[in-house]
Design a protein around this ligand. Sequence first.
Ligand SMILES: [Zn+2]
Ligand SMILES: [Zn+2]
Length: 267
Amino acid sequence: MSKRWPGRLARAARVMLREAAGGLVALCFPDDCRVCGRALEEPSRVPICSVCLSSFRLIAAPFCGTCGRQMVAGAHLGAAGPVCALCRRGVYSFQLARSYAAYDDALLRAISLLKHEAIRPLAAWMGQRLAELARGEPAVADADVVVPVPLHPERQRERGFNQAELLARVVASRLSLPIEVRALERRKPRPAKLKLSRHERWEAARGAYVAVTGRQFDNRRVLLVDDVFTTGATLDACARALQAAGAEHVTALTVARVVDVWAGTPP
Ligand SMILES: [Zn+2]
Ligand SMILES: [Zn+2]
């Protein structure tokens, strides 16, 4: 009888270990891709399959040299390279903006996972893409400091985190730059309405951001990080606040970009 106990104990220990490991595996490697629903083939801490990750439509040339807006292939791009109509009118106060990919259905789902569930391995994957984008643009990579676009304090309290900050931390660490997460503050809340028109977005962002103390950005080159570039109103308002606090140069990176034209489709 006593001889059988070690065997039973070992079996019980094996079952317990298997169950614990199973819980851990389920936690780290969810079964299905959170974008397309297919089973994940390889263990990954990013809950999106490789097919979905490689399906994002990257913003590729030709795009506006200033704001990064996707432009139609074959359009008249001007002697000084492509510059969109908005940038020709000097609409944006930031010096340069770039985005990783078009805000289509797949990227919208991926961003909402980041926004509502703060999945850090996904923030790491996206932040790494932004750092690679920055390395290809010396004007962006040569920043002195990284600043995330802030949420209104009430929104941040409700959510418990700021998705732009999750991305900005990865970008700063990959580019070996300092980060200032509380440098900017959103004073004016976003209107409660779910969908805002282009005009409403500009109205909502105007004067909504302030640099927290004095002129702490004097002569500094700032890299702003956010999740989505919709109209550019938010990045413009943040750039204005940073410039009012002395920033010499403001660039911006976003994961997604709302595109109204796509180079792959004929005009
Ligand atoms: Zn998938
Ligand atoms: Zn532009």
